[in-house]
Design a protein around this ligand. Structure first.
Ligand SMILES: NC(=O)c1ccc[n+]([C@@H]2O[C@H](COP(=O)([O-])OP(=O)(O)OC[C@H]3O[C@@H](n4cnc5c(N)ncnc54)[C@H](OP(=O)(O)O)[C@@H]3O)[C@@H](O)[C@H]2O)c1
Length: 286
């Protein structure tokens, strides 16, 4: 089992003050679990929770996920406070919409710092605890854009593809310790993700990319009308972990399923087309 049956489970959730992270925290508290929730603003987290859930079992933690020492302290504080650590959810993330050549060095590093380095910081701090206790579950919130890439989303996809690669390897490395890994791949969800408060845009857009500007405007207009329901999304993630087993990837939303299907079909066609040509670079059998 990925979650204990004889006591409430202890969850560690990043990016908790809004959206999917907030919904996870609220539902976990409502179900009687214990939650250490990291955010850049504990004030925003507590005010967003309001009186929706009993916060006696909540440990709000102000953490800069890119600061390795701060992340280590937060994970250790959570484990000490609750006397356990069972499930870790790397949820924090944000979108960035620009063409590849419009994306600056600082913007690339900032995205990868949150989506890759930050996740790695959490894993390095949490895995020794889970490994020692021979059990636990890691949930890495990717995106269907961690499977397939579309114009304008290159930097976001670069971060999520990296997250998928590290998660796939991790799952195989820790299975023998009884640690489960789930990669969550949402489609469009009705959170703050596409709001101007969340999504980042290039500092120096180029006039030669009008299609990316139109796509950006269309996405900003989509805010509030996304197909995915964060309440159902959070519940699906919690249920999957509680079930203790399931495939490595958890697609959320019919849009995500359609995008993933198209990617698998395109990839299969490319792999099959290479069946004759790929062996040509092998050393001949001696
Ligand atoms: N909504 C979608 O359409 C969608 C689709 C696919 C994947 N996702 C993924 O789902 C996860 C949750 O996103 P959401 O939809 O809930 O969006 P959201 O409402 O914008 O919430 C994102 C959360 O990530 C944290 N975050 C954002 N930028 C950050 C930064 N620079 N440094 C540290 N933390 C940061 C924030 O935490 P604090 O403000 O509390 O620090 C915030 O609570 C993300 O990983 C996102 O990529 C979302």
């Amino acid at each position: 089992m990925s979650t204990p049956t004889d006591r409430p489970a202890t969850w560690f959730v990043t990016g908790a003050s809004r959206g999917l992270g907030l919904e996870l925290v609220a539902q976990l508290l409502e179900r009687g679990e214990r939650v250490a929730a990291t955010t850049r603003s504990t004030e925003r987290l507590l005010s967003a929770l309001g009186d929706r859930a009993d916060t006696a079992r909540l440990l709000p933690l102000a953490v800069d996920l890119t600061d390795e020492a701060a992340v280590r302290r937060a994970v250790e504080q959570a484990a000490a406070h609750f006397g356990a650590l069972d499930v870790v959810v790397n949820n924090a993330g944000y979108g960035f919409l620009a063409a590849v050549e419009e994306t600056g060095d600082r913007e690339v590093r900032a995205m990868l710092d949150v989506q890759v380095v930050g996740v790695w910081n959490v894993l390095r701090a949490a895995l020794p605890i889970l490994r020692r206790q021979r059990g636990g579950h890691i949930v890495n919130v990717s995106s269907v854009l961690g499977l397939t890439a579309v114009p304008g989303w290159a930097l976001y996809c670069a971060g999520k593809f990296a997250l998928e690669g590290l998660s796939e390897a991790l799952a195989a490395e820790v299975a023998d310790f009884g640690i489960g890994v789930t990669i969550v791949e949402p489609g469009y969800f009705r959170t703050a993700f596409l709001s101007q408060d969340s999504i980042a845009l290039p500092a120096e857009p180029l006039a030669d990319y009008p299609a990316i500007r139109r796509m950006t405007a269309d996405h900003l207009k989509l805010q509030g009308g996304q197909l995915g329901d964060p309440v159902r999304g959070a519940a699906a993630i919690i249920d999957r972990v509680a079930a203790g087993e399931g495939p490595l990837r958890q697609l959320l939303g019919s849009d995500a399923h359609a995008y993933a299907t198209a990617k698998v079909e395109a990839l299969r066609a490319e792999v099959e087309a290479a069946a004759q040509t790929a062996p040509a670079t092998d050393f001949p059998a001696s």
